[in-house]
Design a protein around this ligand. Sequence first.
Ligand SMILES: [Zn+2]
Length: 74
Amino acid sequence: MTGRTCMQCGKPLQSDEIALHRRLFGRGVTAYRCLDCQAAYLNTTRARLEAVIARYHETGICALFAKWDTKGGS
Ligand SMILES: [Zn+2]
């Protein structure tokens, strides 16, 4: 739980959604969108954004994304 909600639909946000938002829209932004709203805003699909998140996790190149070790969590 991040305690933050999507500025558009009010859905609770996952840390990955915030990390991707920072990556795409800049770290100075203080209001975030969920993955669905980011996809709609960017005129892309949620699946594509999920693939981007997965890539960052796998490579570990972006400090905003913790490198994945095991599947699980919520
Ligand atoms: Zn949303």
